[in-house]
Design a binder for this molecule. Structure first.
Ligand code: SAH
Ligand code: SF4
Length: 383
């Protein structure tokens, strides 16, 4: 694509990230009937089309008009791998040069997609490789829903009706979703919309490290499921691991979670995420304190053994320590799960995308390099 062509594309409106309401307004402004919005949403999200010419129930005149002013632009995939256990990973290049990751994890009749909300993260949790990368920028709605679009399309078989392979989405990739509030809410709305991905609100989960004011805001506009990254049962330790705790301590965070959960029309449990770090937050006294802290909160606890990366001195606890911690909570009456590592052979683990920040940067650079090299090779060949 020439620079001029690229600029023309850039000036077009990207329908991929357009909310159903905006889509309706868009067509009405064009002098069209509002039902066109439904057709477009279905072509884009349920059929995975990015080419207006294939939209057979849209008139030729209308298609030409759309081509002039709009585009369906999805993130550029620079790397894609499938693990032996069916886990899939994508690295997608974002304008500006950096990359994000998306992971698909099949489990029985479930398929969970782990989606990123930002490039990097500003909250700097001490055990998180994304945090160590610093903050680059928010993802747009198109870049967030584009991850779902790409993943859903990867399962399509030409000529066959699309099967629902993505049953769950967790906002547990890179970034803090509540710090990219509007875009994340719009993207989650598309995930749940009947004319888009039609996922149940119970199966779309936002994970937050505790941006308290935005949790209250979320209760007003959304009813997705909620996971909170607690990681410590007291403020002194949580201040160390999750620095935003200094601004919004545990008591305020738990009150905000209670508020959110009670704003839901149905009964659901809060997911409490707890990354277990060897001899830091995995002692029996921590388990006791945690059991005490959560006594009045309907919740399930998800233990995540720390995923080590070289820039960190923390260690992953032995399985024995993990089981002991789990057993204590289990005996105290909690539902506890341990997040198992999947897709080991392709280095994919949801919520811990690429344990190694240096590796990730290098690898992304490498993918970008590889791509550039192959592009250069191709154009060199054409000359
Ligand atoms: N920013 C959000 C969502 C992304 S992180 C949040 O913090 O909740 C998703 C989950 O992975 C969080 O619970 C996070 O604490 C956890 N995580 C991050 N780095 C990890 C690591 N190195 N090992 C294990 N879990 C990690
Ligand atoms: Fe950001 Fe979540 Fe990582 Fe903390 S754990 S730095 S909030 S992505």
């Amino acid at each position: 694509m020439t620079v001029e062509q690229h600029q023309v594309e850039e000036s077009k409106v990207n329908l991929l990230g357009m909310s159903p309401k905006k889509m309706k307004d868009f067509f009405v402004e064009m002098g069209e009937k509002p039902f066109r919005a439904q057709q477009l949403l279905q072509w884009v999200h349920q059929r995975g089309l990015d080419d207006f010419d294939q939209m057979t129930n849209v008139s030729k005149v209308m298609r030409e008009k759309l081509k002039e002013i709009a585009t369906i632009h999805y993130p550029e995939i620079i790397y894609h791998d499938v693990s032996k256990d069916g886990t899939k990973k994508w690295v997608m290049r974002m304008p500006g040069g950096s990359a994000i990751e998306t992971v698909y994890i099949p489990e029985g009749d479930r398929g969970t997609l782990c989606v990123s909300s930002q490039i990097g993260c500003s909250l700097d949790c001490s055990f998180c490789s994304t945090g160590k990368q610093g903050f680059n920028r928010d993802l747009s709605v198109a870049e967030i829903i584009g991850q779902v679009w790409v993943a859903a399309k990867s399962f399509d078989v030409p000529g066959e009706k699309r099967e629902r392979r993505i049953t769950n989405v967790v906002m547990m990739g890179m970034g803090e979703p509540l710090l990219n509030f509007e875009n994340v809410v719009d993207a989650m709305d598309l995930m749940m919309h009947d004319f888009a991905y039609g996922l149940s609100k119970r199966r779309v989960t936002l994970s937050t490290s505790g941006v308290v004011p935005n949790l209250y805001k979320l209760a007003d506009v959304s009813d997705v499921s909620l996971a909170v990254s607690l990681h410590a049962p007291n403020d002194a330790l949580r201040n160390e691991l999750v620095p935003i705790n200094k601004k919004y301590p545990i008591k305020e965070l738990m009150a905000a979670c209670d508020h959110y959960m009670s704003s839901l029309a149905d009964r659901r449990k809060l997911t409490v995420e707890y990354t277990l770090i060897d001899k830091v937050n995995d002692e029996m006294e921590h388990a006791k304190e945690l059991a005490e802290l959560l006594r009045d909160t309907p919740c399930k606890i998800n233990l995540i053994p720390f995923n080590p990366f070289p820039a960190s001195d923390y260690k992953r606890p032995s399985n024995n320590r993990v089981y002991k911690f789990r057993d204590y909570l289990h005996n105290a009456g909690y539902t506890v799960t341990i997040r198992t590592t999947r897709g080991d052979d392709i280095d994919a683990a949801c919520g811990q995308l690429v344990g190694n920040v240096k590796d990730r940067t290098r690898r992304s650079e490498r993918y970008i390099k590889m791509r550039e090299i192959s592009e250069t090779d191709q154009s060199a060949g054409l000359q």
